[in-house]
Design a protein around this ligand. Structure first.
Ligand code: 2NE
Length: 333
């Protein structure tokens, strides 16, 4: 009898703890401090909520050991990549790839070659089924990326050794400056982990340029149309803390913990269902991407359907030159 009462008491205690975890602000917990320098209390509550629930008790924290990075090889041919403007690495034994823009002497400004190499690395990481998360970052601590290389700007776009210009280059973790096209790159990423020395801003109108594509539409979605106009028309710079308050970034962490925190986020994502993440990513982009976005969600639905008995019956019947029998499959309400 005493045993049952104690069990009930413990159950109640656990449930109350679980509920209060969802209510108590972060600083009431003895958590390792993730510095969210803005007033984004939702992010803090999300982190706090998982400290003492059953999921946390079963799975625990993600491991904190250092990642072993290795220069990436082509996932199909196995050949080593030879890049000039980027460093492309994969984590040994973990589903992470890291792409580092490597032009620190120019604050990691990109030129056409940089974009070509980024595209190749992103294509490879996408096609490598062992990779679930890609980290995009810049070499050094002074800048993530300062946008298009102005020294190579010609009247028909950015031109390097090939001598012909490209304007609509791929506008695609942040320490230091993320400005101009570099700011667009961080906005099109799914998540942004900012170091506390990060500076964000558009410079286009100051240097006779602009991004009227993703750089405008995604920004307006992220921070709202008024703020987006402010950011573009005035071309001011904003601190990491200001960017956090605007909803431009997910979290701000001390510079010396940038990689460590990013890895933690990656490991948390990687232990979740890849299909759930895949479909959610498509769904979160769908509204903004119009037909292309719907096609991505549609492609995922087809992929899942191909794994069902009903989908397989259609294909098998065709291959066996017989009429398909769909009668056993329910028409769900
Ligand atoms: C990024 C920022 C604010 C950093 O300032 P600071 O003081 O830390 O560095 P500094 O001394 O300006 O830069 C160091 C070196 O890097 C070069 C500089 O010219 C300088 O070279 P040296 O004097 O040592 O030789 N550098 C930096 N950014 C560069 C760039 N983007 N192109 C070429 N060289 C660059 C400060 O450097 C800054 O404001 N940079 C310019 C930012 C900018 O305006 N970017 C282009 C925006 S337009 C764009 O990205 C774009 C587009 O045109 C079309 C479509 C999509 C995007």
């Amino acid at each position: 009898m005493a045993d049952t009462a104690e069990k009930d008491y413990n159950t109640v205690k656990r449930r109350v703890a679980c509920v209060t975890n969802h209510l108590i602000p972060l600083h009431h917990h003895h958590l390792p401090p993730i510095t969210t320098t803005g007033g984004n209390s939702n992010v803090e509550l999300c982190n706090a909520a998982s400290i003492n629930d059953s999921y946390h008790r079963i799975h625990g924290e993600v491991p904190t050991h250092d990642v072993e990075w290795k220069l990436a090889s082509d996932c199909e041919s196995g050949n080593e990549f030879h890049f000039t403007d980027i460093i492309y690495e994969k984590a040994v034994g973990e589903g992470m790839a890291k792409i580092t823009i490597n032009r620190p002497e120019r604050r990691n400004a990109f030129r056409p070659l940089t974009i070509k190499e980024l595209s190749r690395a992103f294509d490879d990481a996408r096609d490598d089924s062992s990779v679930g998360v890609i980290i995009l970052t810049g070499k050094g601590t002074k800048a993530f990326c300062s946008g298009g290389d102005q020294a190579l700007r010609t009247k028909d776009g950015y031109a390097d050794y090939e001598k012909f210009g490209r304007l609509n280059v791929l506008d695609l973790q942040v320490a230091g400056y993320a400005v101009g096209g570099g700011h667009v790159l961080h906005m099109v990423c799914d998540l942004t982990i900012a170091a506390d020395n990060a500076i964000f801003g558009q410079t286009g109108p100051k240097v006779g340029s602009f991004d009227a594509g993703y750089g405008s539409s995604i920004m307006s979605r992220l921070i709202g149309p008024k703020r987006a106009r402010e950011m573009w028309f005035l071309a001011r710079f904003y601190t990491a803390s200001e960017a956090d308050k605007m909803g431009l970034v997910n979290v701000v962490v001390p510079l010396e913990r940038l990689e460590q925190e990013t890895i933690k986020w990656c490991r948390e994502i990687l232990r979740n269902s890849p299909t759930a993440i895949r479909v959610l990513k498509a769904a979160l982009n769908a509204v903004d991407d119009g037909h292309a976005g719907l096609q991505e969600v549609g492609g995922n639905a087809t992929l899942l359907f191909y794994g069902t008995e009903e989908g397989n019956e259609g294909k098998t019947a065709y291959m066996e030159r017989r009429a398909p029998d769909f009668s056993k499959f329910p028409r769900r309400p």
